[in-house]
Ligand binder design. Structure first.
Ligand SMILES: CC(C)(COP(=O)(O)OP(=O)(O)OC[C@H]1O[C@@H](n2cnc3c(N)ncnc32)[C@H](O)[C@@H]1OP(=O)(O)O)[C@@H](O)C(=O)NCCC(=O)NCCS
Length: 146
């Protein structure tokens, strides 16, 4: 039986859990998330938590952080799910949560960038009504919230 999953805003005490989530990602996942190949350091996670220019939603199950989605003030967002927890709709739920959050914050549009080969992210964008622009080496998904 699968354990219940809670989606909620992040708090300072989640730094370790988010760090562990990032440690579980492959180099390819990190590239998809940040567009660069690098391991995420503890300092970078601490910086993310100390900045005020974003809202972060986390998915938690049995005390473990299994997904993270961050929306910045300019409307750009990104999302990541624990490799063992994928394909059950969690990525879609996190992005849906960010869309609700963006509406609450009064944002007019939200958008993401991803690579053309990132089938799951492009699928999420299509399912949730984003318009997709295919550029040479990336795809931009935009959702108008008006
Ligand atoms: C993109 C990501 C967040 C999706 O997470 P997820 O929890 O698997 O997402 P969902 O379960 O909601 O899946 C979305 C759709 O893609 C499909 N999908 C997911 N992984 C798939 C795979 N490996 N092969 C084929 N289809 C896949 C799902 O079946 C679903 O389609 P459906 O609604 O028709 O069933 C996850 O793959 C991830 O963390 N990737 C690395 C980081 C990344 O690329 N982030 C995006 C940067 S903006």
């Amino acid at each position: 039986m699968s354990l219940p999953i809670t989606i909620r805003e992040s708090r300072k005490s989640d730094i370790e859990g988010v760090y562990r989530l990032y440690q579980s990602l492959s180099p390819e996942d990190l590239y998809m998330r940040f567009f660069t190949f690098h391991r995420v350091s503890h300092e970078e996670i601490e910086q993310l938590f100390s900045r005020q220019d974003h809202v972060t939603l986390l998915a938690e199950s049995d005390g473990k952080i299994i997904g993270e989605a961050t929306l910045y003030d300019d409307g750009e967002f990104s999302v990541v799910v624990d490799p063992h927890e994928r394909r059950t709709g969690l990525g879609t739920s996190l992005v849906s949560g960010l869309i609700r959050k963006a509406r609450e914050l009064g944002l007019k549009t939200i958008f993401f960038y991803t690579l053309p080969e990132n089938y799951p992210m492009i699928k999420i964008g299509k399912k949730l009504g984003f318009s997709l622009e295919y550029e040479e080496d990336q795809v931009k998904g935009t959702l108008n919230l008006n």
